[in-house]
Design a protein around this ligand. Sequence first.
Ligand code: HEC
Length: 309
Amino acid sequence: MRLNSLYAVLLLALLLPCMAAAQSLRGALDWLPRGSLNLHDLTTRPAETLSGGEAQSFYSEFGRLAFRSPDILGGNARKAGLSCQACHANGHVSSGFFIPGLSKQPGEVDLSNALWHARAENHRFDPQKIPSLRGVLARPRFGFDQRSGSLREFTREVIVMEFAGAEPDALLLDALVAYMRLLQPTDMPDSAITLRSELAELARFSRLLILPLAEEDAALSARITGMLRGQIGFMHERFDQAGPRTILEQWSLNLRDIATLAEAGEWTEARRRRAALTAALLAPPQMLLEAENASLYAPDRLAAWLKRR
Ligand code: HEC
């Protein structure tokens, strides 16, 4: 019993980096006003059409992952698990986004509010519509007030001034801009957020590790494994059964091990583990897939869960 609870504490400590990044559900309950979660945005996502299709450079794929990673922001946004994706879902608009006290209409939010960053508080309730980033490449200026002529500079300000994040390095800005530039206008319909769609995303993102492991760049490997663990954290919080949670925890620990091997210079083994992990993500255990209906990926269950909050 003792050993078991010690093990549980240890496991929790290991998982903390990903729990802290957990998106939406529990993060929002802890760090945002009540009523900040909405069923629509948690179950449906706009289409994403990238010019050039899915096969992209390391930059834009890394930008795509960073766009979905709360870790690049600071303050309450990060704690609540909000990333760029929380507002600009798939580079478009989270049309249900609503924070009591900060939004007038769904799809609007006041960004000059101390909830995000005390230094940016302007003492006015001035929510703005969340703009779609589709076709952003063609725009000459950015911001509702056209305040910036540079997407890169605007993105830095979003991170540092609006969301109290740490100064982004050149790679992060290059990557975010490379990703946003690919976002095309599209007529494709919204799609459902499902366990399978999230697993496919995770498998896609796990391939991002190929490059830093080939370049033998331990710092970049650690950065990407951290972001991937954050994505697993989003999935983890939709389950309360031990079986599927254990599978996800194991994948998170595999990522931690890959970063540790990279740090130790054991590149061959790190590469082997990355390939094995991607293969596992592409052929997930039946038990995990079968648990979807009993999880918060099931819209009726999620609706009931939200009502109780
Ligand atoms: C809490 C919601 C929220 C989050 C999180 C968020 N944004 Fe925004 N974003 C907005 C709103 C609202 C606007 C419009 C207000 C403005 O222009 O300042 C906007 C404007 C923008 C624009 C200008 C688009 C244009 O055509 O004028 C860009 C680019 C952008 N965001 C990128 C990002 C990136 C990159 C991130 C993550 C680093 C991010 N946003 C995170 C809500 C958000």
